[in-house]
Design a protein around this ligand. Structure first.
Ligand code: CTP
Length: 446
């Protein structure tokens, strides 16, 4: 396989170019790590996404190093010299080195421009015991490590050590050509069967970079779609979280829907073409009462699943193994959007609207507000609820009722709710009016 290895003249990824793209601090950090490996004459490579993005002149602070020797030991030595926590993942022969401010100080680098962690891995091959299984790994050469990867554009490696090979760009799977021709291509026919999450990754990279999915790869995606049904919710959920953080999130998800991927994940998983407009909501377009960032993940999930019934939202959340809190937010948002008719009724009393909205998490209220852009009346009601009605409480409380000699029980809830409704509806305003209203209620109950 090493016969396939090629060295390309241009494009050059020397320290100067890296410094321009990733910043001087990160370029110097890479250099320090490279020199350490050179002293020990170890084969060290920068691989994957960072090399791809360097070639595309896009900054990325996610550094992945691969060694053809003990990566955990190499990371341990760095952490011993410069400090910082080290997390070891022995089954995958990898280690993550956390770079806190003290590490930056020891390295004499400004911590502002540095990544917060770096990953080191032993070059490895992977085999899948059965389709969709997590891979079993074994130490191997850099070439085999590159061949186990998802897309050709993610297989590029920049050699940093030993010194005589430093600066060599390894292109064993034709990644450079695909980068030039702007296409996403898998390395072999079984790639999506082994790991169907790559279907989601293919769309994510294609839309992010404006690349085409190469025809044979697209055909293999179509054939592997049923495999999506066998992937665990956790793995799918993580992929969707990555998608939701992309600028082109809506485009990616609508693309997945068009190719039939969403329905393979769950039959009720459907998104609206309006997703684009919803997810591109900026701070200026947000209501005044909202204190949630547009990038908030729970908000983005709620906007994604806003067009299915509450029950279906529950089912999709369960399929994606979401936490209870997230499921609650998503399902409450879907319920409010499904209730658009009632939320828009012009004749409704404010207290009736409040009853529809009471108990919904803040993020669900905001998701419904954003999703109901074509329902100005519903939006106004949500605005009034969030800005005014939900803050209105009667001055009389349970203690007052007890003092008045009313025996505690379900009646308390009824009386206090009626008082609150009357207050929200503007039927009572002053404490005297409240007292009179309560008296009338008590008489009515007896
Ligand atoms: N990889 C893979 N198959 C996957 C996930 C990852 O082959 N299902 C490989 C790819 O070579 C990828 C590398 O592992 O480049 C690191 O994965 P990740 O950090 O998820 O991807 P990046 O390429 O860094 O992408 P991003 O820019 O989205 O962070």
């Amino acid at each position: 396989m090493s016969g396939a290895q090629e060295t390309h003249g241009p494009p050059q990824l020397d320290n100067g170019a890296i410094s321009v793209i990733l910043g001087e601090a990160t370029a110097r950090l890479i250099d320090i790590i490279a020199r350490r490996a050179q002293v020990e004459e170890l084969a060290l490579f920068l691989v994957g996404g960072v090399v791809r993005d360097l070639l595309l002149r896009r900054p990325k602070l996610d550094l992945d190093f691969v060694l053809e020797s003990d990566a955990i030991g190499f990371a341990e030595a760095l952490a011993a010299d410069f400090g910082g926590a080290l997390q070891r993942h022995k089954p995958f022969v990898t280690a993550t080195w956390a770079l806190d401010a003290s590490v930056a100080e020891k390295l004499s680098l400004p911590s502002a421009g540095l990544p917060d962690h770096i990953d080191f891995a032993r070059a490895r091959s992977e085999t899948y015991a059965y389709p969709t299984a997590l891979p079993e790994v074994a130490p191997s050469s850099i070439e085999r490590d590159l061949w186990r990867r998802d897309f050709s554009l993610n297989t590029l490696a920049l050699q940093l050590s030993p010194a005589q090979a430093a600066g060599t760009l390894l292109d064993v799977c034709g990644g450079l050509k695909d980068l030039e021709q702007r296409r996403i291509r898998v390395l072999h026919e079984r790639s999506f069967v082994d790991d169907p999450t790559r279907i989601l990754r293919a769309l994510r990279f294609a839309r992010r970079y404006g690349f085409e999915i190469e025809p044979e790869t697209a055909e293999w995606i179509r054939e592997a779609l049923p495999m999506l049904g066998r992937i665990t919710g956790i793995r799918l959920g993580s992929e969707f979280e990555l998608i939701l953080q992309e600028d082109k999130a809506a485009d990616i998800i609508l693309g997945l829907q068009d190719m039939g991927a969403l329905e393979r994940i769950h039959s009720a998983f459907r998104v609206s073409p309006e997703l684009e407009q919803r997810l591109s909501m900026t701070l200026d377009g947000m209501p005044r009462w909202a204190e949630i960032a547009t990038a908030d993940l729970a908000l983005r999930w709620s906007l994604l699943l806003a067009d299915i019934s509450e029950r279906d939202a529950h089912a999709v959340c369960r399929r994606l193994d979401m936490t209870q809190a997230l499921t609650r937010s998503v399902a409450a948002g879907a319920k409010l959007v499904a209730d658009a008719g009632r939320l828009s009724e012009t004749g409704s009393r404010p207290s009736e609207i409040a009853r529809l909205l009471d108990g919904a998490p803040e993020v669900s209220l905001l998701a419904a507000w954003i999703a109901l852009s074509h329902r100005p009346e519903a939006r106004r009601n949500i605005d009034d609820y969030c800005g005014i009605w939900r803050h209105q409480r009667p001055s009389i409380n349970g203690v007052d009722l007890k003092r008045m000699g009313i025996p505690p029980g379900p009646r308390y809830k009824y009386l206090l709710e009626r008082l609150r409704s009357a207050r929200i509806d503007g039927d009572i305003d002053t404490p005297e009016e409240e007292a009179r209203f309560l008296q009338a209620l008590i008489t009515e109950c007896n």
